[in-house]
Write a protein that binds this ligand. Structure first.
Ligand code: BES
Ligand code: MN
Ligand code: ZN
Length: 527
């Protein structure tokens, strides 16, 4: 990951100076921008070549001069558009800058916003979002490419995306107060990178055991508690859903549990809020960790099946978010993450359509379609987690249904829940985080569609309202606990094309969860 730092004024030498300018405003000459550079931008503007439109780019190679900024090798001017921009606008600006810097083969850059000074100067929120966009936009997954290998001569050289990125360091120039926000954004972006890395790994590169190992690593690193429930323990506990889905796989299942407790987080300190009457509320996060979903005996068509290595993106988001929680140690909230992890494969011992299984807690389920496996593993985790941790709220994230892609495409994740307050709160966090969520209804008329003749419920009905039925199924296992389900099948990869969302897995959900928990732990926030 690029190293981002902050500076209060730019130093003489810089590989690339990036100026973010707002619309038609004339860049101000100040400590950051000397007369020569300002004149350069102005000249481009007068010629009509640069209007400061959003995402518009101007590259210039200034002659060496005496001013503070004129020893730069390369000047990159990026337009912010005419109006003031919000967090999402800053993220997108950061992504646009990242894209340009990777293209220009810059190694080191300094970013200034010469149009924003005084009261308007880069705020911590803006600087954080800018850093977030920069880092998220510069993500690439190259682990399995042999670098340095001779390339065929026919390969177009100008395709700079193909070359190794050089960019190492970026400084953001701004008031002293932005450093904390930039640090927070860096930690958040690192978590999103981790979630994307896990998702990019193929089914043979990221297994249930890898989820367990990562959970243990986070526990060591941040003093969290990790518990790994293995097959034998699942059998003892009666987690028939995970076990059933796992039957066709040669890899054993894992249920990874990671606990952050505000009370004991910082040694020697009792949590402020835990001193007040009542205990610290627990937020339970559950993420679907299907490391490969073939459909099982209800086998999926082979075309596009390789994408089902992404069926663990919910689990990835939940664990990655815990890395930020572990680092920030929020007060006034406990967070427990659970990831039921297994493959869904056909095999001689595989679960069959018609089989009846027993979920954790005793409910029986008639499995009509073995490809509706996500709900079976989530049900065990939800029922167990609600019983064991008595959470004040539960949020689950899952690439659960193709139907959510039919309904919402790749631009919104589906949000369903049993508590209007919690739904609104999660939706607002998603909005702030740049991860849009759209609520879909639940209701007894839908629940009726899951009635089985032979068991307490069946796992699918006809195709109608597939996303809602999946959520109705999950709802059976959370009791009265306030609960929100996010169906991220459309957004976990192929998420809306944006400057800071490269192709492939998006890490969707990490930022919403972290935003929610940060708000929750503010003095004004309450569960
Ligand atoms: N993992 C899939 C959902 C999915 C589909 C995610 C496409 C991303 C892209 C899930 O396990 C699944 O197979 N769901 C079935 C449910 C059906 C059998 C009721 C689906 O959506 O087709
Ligand atoms: Mn499936
Ligand atoms: Zn699945």
């Amino acid at each position: 990951m690029i190293k981002i730092s902050t500076v209060t004024k730019i130093s003489g030498k810089s590989d690339t100076l990036v100026c973010l300018v707002r619309g038609a405003s004339v860049p101000r000459i100040g400590p950051d921008l000397d007369r020569q550079l300002a004149a350069l931008i102005e000249q481009a503007r007068l010629s009509g070549d640069f209007e400061g439109k959003k995402g518009q780019v101007l590259i210039a190679y200034p002659a060496a001069g005496k001013g503070p900024a004129s020893q730069v090798r390369r000047l990159l001017v990026v337009g912010l558009g005419p109006a003031a921009i919000d967090r999402e606008g800053w993220r997108q600006a950061g992504g646009a800058v990242a894209g340009q810097l990777l293209k220009t083969r810059a190694e080191e850059a300094t970013i200034v916003v010469p149009d924003l000074e005084g009261a308007e100067a880069l705020t911590p929120v803006a600087a954080g979002a800018l850093a977030e966009g920069l880092l998220l936009g510069s993500y690439r997954f190259r682990k399995y490419r042999s670098s340095g290998a001779a390339k065929p001569e026919t390969e177009p050289e100008e395709n700079s995306e193909e070359r190794e990125p050089l960019l190492r360091r970026v400084s953001i120039a701004g008031p002293r107060g932005i450093a904390g926000a930039v640090d927070q954004a860096t930690a958040l972006a690192a978590a999103v990178w981790t979630a994307r890395d896990m998702a990019n790994e193929p089914g043979n590169g990221w297994t249930p055991d890898d989820f367990a190992a990562y959970g243990r690593q986070l526990a060591r690193q941040y003093n969290l508690k990790a518990t790994i429930i293995d097959r034998a323990a699942m059998a003892r506990l009666g987690m028939g859903g995970i076990l059933a889905v796992n039957q066709g796989s040669a890899r054993p299942p894992r249920l990874v549990i990671l606990e952050y407790r505000a009370e004991t987080a910082r040694s020697g300190r009792r949590d402020r809020k835990s001193d007040s009457p009542g205990k610290v509320p627990t937020l339970l996060l559950v993420g679907k960790g299907l490391t490969f979903d073939s459909g099982g005996i209800s086998l999926k068509p082979s075309s596009g099946m390789e994408e089902m290595k992404y069926d663990m993106c919910g689990g990835a988001a939940v664990l990655a978010a815990m890395a930020v929680i572990g680092r920030e140690k929020p007060e006034g909230i406990n967070v427990v993450a659970m990831v039921p992890a297994t493959e869904n494969l056909p095999g001689p011992a595989a679960l069959k359509p018609g089989d009846i299984i027993r979920q954790y807690g005793g409910k029986s389920v008639e499995v009509i379609n073995t490809d509706a496996e996500g709900r079976l593993i989530l049900a065990d985790a939800l029922a167990y987690g609600v019983e064991k941790f008595e959470p004040a709220a539960v949020i689950d994230l899952a690439t659960l249904t193709g139907a959510v892609i039919i309904g919402l495409g790749h631009h919104y994740a589906g949000l369903l829940g049993n508590d209007d307050g919690l739904c609104a709160r999660v939706q607002a966090a998603g909005e702030e985080a740049g991860e849009p969520l759209w609520r879909l209804p639940l209701g007894p008329e839908y629940r009726k569609q899951l009635k089985s003749k032979v068991a307490d419920l069946k796992n699918v009905d006809k195709r109608d309202a597939g996303t809602i039925l999946a959520a109705e199924f999950l709802q059976e296992f959370v009791g009265d606990t306030p609960w929100v389900h996010l169906d991220i099948a459309g957004t976990a990869w192929n998420f809306t094309e944006k400057s800071y969302v490269p192709k492939g897995p998006s890490g969707f959900g990490v930022r919403t969860l972290v935003e929610l928990i940060r708000q929750w732990s503010q003095p004004a926030g309450k569960p």
